[in-house]
Design a protein around this ligand. Structure first.
Ligand SMILES: Cc1ncc(COP(=O)(O)O)c(C=O)c1O
Length: 452
């Protein structure tokens, strides 16, 4: 097929089939572009003279093709308005089957997201503008797989200051969120990997898909148990997901001692470490064993998951393998977002935003706890983070009632490696998820779901 780009009016790629006549080929190419939605209703087609030049056709041929498509109803032609794509009736999208007794959720308390309506748009715009205006030209070329040095330097300072992480910029790899950090580590590690039980099923899938065997690491009221017989353990020490328990100091020491003695790697997922309400944040475990702990952070809870920025601070011996895996995954993470985040951090706009969010989520947490106390229900794991574990012996009924009240909620059951092992039952309440104005109504729905 000959390959042409018609640049007047709309910019359009047309494949003209040489097996057809020139006019027939053009007609078919235009029909297909309209049907596929590449040419949308109202789009103005190039003038016949211009398209003829672009495609190397006679002007009469193009005019005849346009006339034919006008006659078929694909195009409209009006003097002065040019030739345009007609408003064709679109095939209706198949509707998802809905259960008559289950309304689509009006309220959202699923965990995993901050209130994305609070994304700091103005600050991000300023940061992006400054970043673009000051970025050297090489920022738009292929760069260091570890990420921009501006961001790695800013993160080294920020993580040291706020989380006690021992971070040097050379040991940081910027990733597309924690999920990529996890996938990269799972690629370079070998042998079985321990993951908390209960934990996030999605992350177990990521590790398993990289070909690693996932071994359950039991969690109790002191956090994750000390691993044995694995090459790595992935833990959430600041605020275990989903139970919310912080890793007990004796367990923290046992964890790093195990890593030192066995040569295994601890992966510290510090996904919501910025959000601690009742006392000073617990420093990262990495700060006490930087040669044995890979620290992982993310902008998903502080800014929003859509930013897709995360970072790894690696022990020296893991830097090269992870950098190589990153290079082969995607060269490096998108640059403008990295530069914007670096600017946000160095101007302390990031700190201000996190502080404002912390206040807001603390107020939400307090309201949730008050509402649950009125129901004689305990919210677990609420001294930090953006979610609470609410136990209930009849999880299935709570979820069914929540659905009936239009409330999206996450059950605890699937968090176990084997749901038959579940020793606790209930729901995980993501109290940061709704917009501020929608929060009270979401809590009303939760109250109804918890009340038989
Ligand atoms: C336990 C846990 N870790 C990490 C993350 C952050 O993941 P990402 O950076 O890929 O958005 C989340 C987000 O929900 C999470 O629940």
């Amino acid at each position: 097929m000959s390959d042409h780009r018609a640049a007047a009016g709309v910019d359009l790629h047309l494949d003209l089939d040489p097996a057809l006549t020139r006019r027939g080929g053009l007609e078919r190419a235009l029909r297909e572009a309209i049907r596929a939605g590449r040419l949308t209703p109202g789009a103005r087609l190039p003038a016949t003279r211009r398209l003829a030049v672009e495609l190397g056709l006679a002007r009469n041929t193009v005019a005849a093709a346009y006339d034919q498509l006008v006659a078929e109803g694909y195009l409209t032609a009006r003097r002065g308005a040019g030739t345009r794509v007609a408003p064709l009736p679109r095939p209706t999208a198949p509707t998802a089957p809905t259960r008559p007794d289950t309304p689509t959720p009006r309220h959202d308390l699923t965990p995993g997201s901050p209130d994305v309506t609070t994304f700091p748009t103005a600050a991000w715009l300023r940061a992006t503008r400054r970043a673009l205006l000051t970025a050297p030209a090489d920022a738009h070329g292929y760069g260091d797989p570890r990420g921009r040095t501006e961001l790695r330097t800013a993160l080294a300072d920020y993580l040291g200051r706020t989380r006690g992480v021992q971070a040097a910029p050379e040991r940081i790899v910027v990733t597309s969120g924690y999920v990529q950090a996890l996938a990269l580590l799972a690629t370079v590690l070998d042998g079985p990997i321990a993951m908390e039980d209960p934990g996030l099923p999605f992350h177990r899938d990521v590790v398993a898909r990289a070909g690693r065997r996932v071994v359950p690491l039991p969690v109790d009221d002191r956090g994750a148990a000390t691993p044995t017989d694995v090459t790595a353990a992935i833990v959430t020490p600041a605020h275990q997901y989903p139970t919310g328990v912080p890793l007990h100091p004796t367990r923290r020491r046992a964890l790093t001692a195990w890593a030192r003695e066995s040569g295994a790697l601890v992966v510290e997922d510090d996904y919501d470490g910025e959000f601690r309400y009742d006392r000073q944040p617990l420093g990262a475990v990495q700060g006490t064993a930087p040669d044995h702990v890979a620290y992982a952070g993310s902008a998903s809870k502080t800014l929003g998951p859509g930013v897709r920025l995360g970072w790894l601070v690696l022990p020296p011996r893991w830097v090269d393998p992870v950098v190589d895996a990153k290079l082969h995954a995607d060269h490096h993470t998108e640059v403008v977002g990295q530069l914007a985040l670096a600017d946000l951090i160095t101007t302390h706009a990031y700190d201000r935003h996190v502080r404002a969010c912390r206040l807001r989520y603390r107020r939400r947490r307090d309201l949730l706890v008050r509402r649950l106390t009125d129901l004689n229900v305990t919210a677990h794991g609420v001294s930090a983070g953006l979610h609470a574990l609410v136990e209930h012996p009849d999880e299935t009924s709570v979820l069914a009632r929540a659905a009936a009240h239009g409330l999206a909620l996450s059950g605890l059951r699937d968090h176990w490696h084997d749901p038959r092992d579940a020793t606790r039952h209930g729901v995980v309440v993501g109290y940061a998820t709704p917009a501020e104005h929608a929060y009270r109504a979401a809590l009303d729905a939760l109250t109804r779901a918890l009340t038989a």
